[in-house]
Design a protein around this ligand. Structure first.
Ligand code: G16
Length: 541
């Protein structure tokens, strides 16, 4: 074991989900080592502990895994359970931590951000419950990064991670496991695989786009091998270090090839995509795009049809910018609905306390208390199971849902890579004017209330302030604005737009048209285009 002197790096502050930076930043001498040592220090060391380690296969992941193994060995860890090839999807890592009773885990991913030598890399620490470290822990890690002076590493050859089995690194056991098997087994426990096999047997067609990222091997095993979907159902199924140049973010902009296929008249019955590390999902039917907020609401309304949730949901939770569609379902079911800040880490306490069993976010994240991460393939299986049980198409299920609950028209407009100073100044200015908006009318919409969201965790009482600006208009429309916490270039402004239509009329409008008045009012209030010089958003979901 050797101890290396080091100096703090600026800006090693974990964001919405771990530390994400450009790959060359992570590859600087000592950069990764500092962050890992700071993490180990912040959790009270790793001596005697069992950790899980894996990632989405992106560039630098395999090298980073070797560094982390050697540092864990130097720290006295008892065992590290690693996915073969250093691969683990985020939900599979969460599952392994829980099943194996590990003390925590490290996930090597920048999620939906592109990968490669000049793209993005990231590291995230998860707790013993399998969920992302809460703010108290990420703040402790950040504090350590600012004062770090040395790190410890075992000097040893790289560990062979290509085959399942056990080896030793010093006194530490390195256990390489099949990254897919445990996860696929868990899915068989939750879903009615017989019904799903029957669905594919009758000629139901599906396209799963794994976007050259980590879900490929999982999706092939589950859909093609275990459920009998035809070979080739899963596209872009081989994980590549640069995701084949794809931007592995399952939304209409980045999964455009899938969108085109699904919108064609002869498209498959069902389509889905997932992201770099497998925790996000996009759901499509032939000619139908399901917004993530609506997907959450439909899953909540139909979960009882799925064996794993046959006894009903304990409660549901959504992030604040997510639409209120699921709130209406919760009210109808008579269960609690919680509103949390953006970030899956805020759901963990609610699930651990048994208050909720289903959570979701507008950012293409849906999941349940089967793990403590959002879970892309789980969401796809939920939809398949619901389709099999109801015997309806995606379009029919959506139409029924809107007829029953009304429709929350919803869209997110992203302005990417804005100069940080400009974006901060724009929102600081809005903060100063927040209190004066009430009662004023913009483009025909009158502001009913406006505030900056602050969250008090109902389980541990911790407070998270400054979690986004909310402007509510008379009639139930609203706009939310916040800066992304996952970007690596400048600032990304997210503008979340929502309008409720109770029905029975007006349930089949184009969402962008339905939301145009709110876009116009937001421009008058905030002046996004005027201040940034942009003519429109870079991404529309
Ligand atoms: C992460 C978080 C999510 C969050 C999303 C967007 O997703 O886990 O909870 O909703 O980022 O966050 P932001 O709006 O701050 O960019 P992922 O899939 O990147 O891990």
């Amino acid at each position: 074991m050797t101890t290396h002197a080091t100096q703090p790096f600026e800006g090693q502050k974990p964001g919405t989900s771990g530390l994400r930076k450009k790959t060359p930043v992570f590859m600087q001498p000592n950069y990764l080592e500092n962050f890992i040592q700071a993490t180990f220090d912040a959790i009270g060391g790793v001596a005697g502990k069992v950790l899980v380690l894996g990632g989405d296969g992106r560039y630098f992941g395999a090298e980073a895994a070797q560094v982390i193994l050697k540092m864990a060995a130097a720290g006295g860890a008892a065992r590290v359970i690693v996915g073969q090839g250093a691969w683990l999807s985020t939900p599979a890592a969460s599952n392994l931590i829980r099943r194996r009773g590990a003390d925590g885990g490290l996930i090597l991913s920048a999620s939906h951000n592109p990968g490669g030598p000049n793209e993005d890399f990231g590291v995230k620490y998860n707790m013993a419950n399998g969920g992302p470290a809460p703010e108290a822990v990420t703040e402790a890690i950040f504090a350590r990064t600012k004062v770090i002076t040395e790190y410890a590493k075992l000097e040893a050859p790289d560990v062979n991670l290509t085959m399942p089995g056990e080896s030793r690194l010093g006194a530490m056991v390195v256990e390489v496991v099949d990254p897919v098997a445990d996860y696929a087994d868990m899915m068989e426990e939750i879903f009615d695989f017989n019904a799903l096999r029957g669905l594919f047997h009758t000629g139901f067609t599906m396209r799963m786009d794994s976007m050259c990222a980590i879900t490929g091997p999982y999706a092939v095993e589950i859909f093609e091998n275990r459920l009998g979907a035809p070979r080739g159902t899963v596209a872009h199924e081989v994980p590549l270090p640069d995701f084949g140049g794809m931007h592995p973010d399952p939304n209409p902009t980045w999964a455009h090839a899938l969108m085109a296929e699904m919108m064609a008249e002869d498209g498959p019955d069902f389509g889905a995509a997932s992201d770099g590390d497998g925790d996000r999902n996009m759901i499509l039917g032939r000619g139908t795009y399901v917004s993530p907020s609506d997907s959450l609401a439909v899953i909540a309304a139909n979960a009882h049809l799925v064996p794993g949730y046959a006894e009903g949901l304990k409660g549901v939770a959504r992030s604040m910018p997510t639409s209120a569609a699921v709130d209406r379902v919760a009210a109808a079911l008579g269960i609690d609905c919680y509103e949390t800040p953006t970030g899956w880490k805020f759901f963990g306490n609610l699930m651990d306390a048994g208050r909720v069993s289903l959570c979701g976010e507008e950012s293409f994240g849906t999941g349940s208390d089967h793990v403590r991460e959002k879970d892309g393939l789980w969401a796809v299986l939920m939809w398949l199971n619901i389709i099999a049980a109801r015997g309806q198409s995606v379009a029919e299920i959506m139409a029924d849902h809107f007829a029953r609950f009304g429709r929350n028209y919803y869209s997110r407009h992203d302005y990417e890579a804005l100069p940080s100073d400009q974006a901060n100044a724009m929102l600081d200015d809005l903060r100063d004017r927040m209190d004066g908006l009430k009662g004023k009318t913009y483009q025909g919409l009158t502001v009913e209330s406006s505030d900056e969201f602050s969250y008090t965790d109902p389980v541990d009482g911790s407070v998270s302030a400054r979690q986004g600006f909310r402007i509510l208009f008379a009639g139930g429309s609203r706009v939310v604005l916040r800066l992304s916490g996952t970007g690596t270039e400048g600032a990304t402004l997210r503008v979340y737009l929502e309008r409720y239509a109770p029905g029975p009329e007006g349930l089949a409008e184009d969402p962008q048209q339905a939301l145009a008045p709110i876009v116009a009012a937001t421009e008058e209030i905030v002046g996004i285009r005027a201040r940034t010089g942009r003519t429109g958003p870079d991404v529309i979901t």
